[in-house]
Design a protein around this ligand. Sequence first.
Ligand SMILES: Cc1cc2nc3c(=O)[nH]c(=O)nc-3n(C[C@H](O)[C@H](O)[C@H](O)COP(=O)(O)OP(=O)(O)OC[C@H]3O[C@@H](n4cnc5c(N)ncnc54)[C@H](O)[C@@H]3O)c2cc1C
Length: 301
Amino acid sequence: MRISDKAAARLKELGVELRQGVSLAEETSLGIGGTTDEILLRRYESIPEVMRLLADEHIPHRLLGGGTNVLIVDGELPWVVLHLPTAHPGMRAEGNAAYVDASADLGGMVTFCAKHDLGGMEGLIGVPGSVGGALRMNAGAYGTQIGPHVREVELYRAATGEIETLRGSDIRFDYRHTSFAPDDLMLRVKLELPSKPFKEIIAGIKVCNEKRRASQPLNQKSAGCIFKNPPGGSAGRMIDELGLKGYRVGDAMVSDRHANFFVNAGHASCSDMLKLIDDVRERVRGAYDVELENEVIVWRN
Ligand SMILES: Cc1cc2nc3c(=O)[nH]c(=O)nc-3n(C[C@H](O)[C@H](O)[C@H](O)COP(=O)(O)OP(=O)(O)OC[C@H]3O[C@@H](n4cnc5c(N)ncnc54)[C@H](O)[C@@H]3O)c2cc1C
């Protein structure tokens, strides 16, 4: 979608940077996605006004974090993408609290906390993407989830048109699901973390990095796990047992390293990847009578 010159001029007045004709294939870890204009929300304070402008001008929009958990349709997209600037995100430690901007890299936040002897986040070290994306998804790995550490979230709420602060206890964090409204835009978080000596945290980080390297196709384009694990089961194990590692539709392929990672092995299109997802879901349903739910978020038109 192309923003009109009139809207672009008003956005500029609000201190917003507009990037035109951005290929989202280049902004996502799967390397798949069409083209649209991108709005960089540099000043959080101006977000309510920017959102009013987008509503007045009938400009549909979606928020992209690090782009590591999304599968985006190809072609000219009918919505613009909002993005929080990733350079120099705010991070501050105070006692057992860490205050972090949502645009910060999640791994960068884990190491920042480690340097301040704040632990408990070691498991998240290899989860790519932003802190905002981790909050939305309740990212987790190796027994750690971000949710239980959240004490406050500052966010823009489309429902009120204001920037508000939610208490952690008022937010539900479930397995890869949270109670944030779909159009909430997370801006900052306050985490409470246990004190731990730096050396111990680094040792924990090393263990998690090694586990990840041993089991995941980290040098290939993916969005991590495609499906959520069903209650008490493992999506990866079922797909593996069906002999589907290496199964492909065009350049979309079930990783031969981790069966719940689907990779873009060349120039996969969004429809290749969607067909692969549907095929695998159907085979699992046929063999196990289990309906796998997507973990990856699909942005269609
Ligand atoms: C190699 C690899 C390994 C992975 N391993 C794991 C793992 O172990 N555990 C795990 O949980 N995930 C894993 N993932 C998936 C992914 O990294 C996480 O879900 C991550 O938290 C997504 O963050 P992101 O910033 O990239 O979000 P995006 O992919 O950009 O967006 C995901 C969703 O979050 C929303 N969102 C993003 N930022 C904000 C914000 N500031 N406010 C409101 N909504 C927002 C988007 O609108 C979208 O709906 C892996 C991915 C890859 C590629």
